[in-house]
Ligand binder design. Structure first.
Ligand SMILES: [Zn+2]
Length: 103
């Protein structure tokens, strides 16, 4: 069990609600009963940070390879969606936005 780094007491495990954009997401964490300090599960906290970046949008530059154009998938996208080599992705568009979807 983790100890509170503020007052040194044992922290109770609980689901912590985190607001992200217009969503409230539940993350595994722990809370100190005395001072209210909250600790998030490091892996899930990392995912939240990535999701936050993805909400804001990550820029990718278009390159070329022979006659095709190529776009590299940024590391945060790769990790967040667990995309690996050989996965099949679907391009769709409404004429303005381009969506690359993992199905
Ligand atoms: Zn505390």
């Amino acid at each position: 069990m983790d100890k509170c780094h503020v007052c040194g007491l044992e922290m109770k495990k609980e689901k912590v609600k985190v607001k992200l954009q217009d969503q409230t997401i539940e993350v595994d964490g722990a809370r100190c009963g005395k001072c209210g300090e909250v600790l998030l599960d490091p892996e899930q906290a990392q995912r939240l940070l990535q999701l936050n970046k993805l909400y804001a949008g990550i820029e990718a530059k278009v390159g070329s390879l022979g006659k095709s154009l190529v776009v590299r998938i940024p590391c945060d996208v790769k990790q967040f969606l667990k995309i690996t080599k050989g996965d099949r992705l679907i391009f769709t568009t409404d004429g303005r936005r381009l969506v690359l979807e993992k199905r």
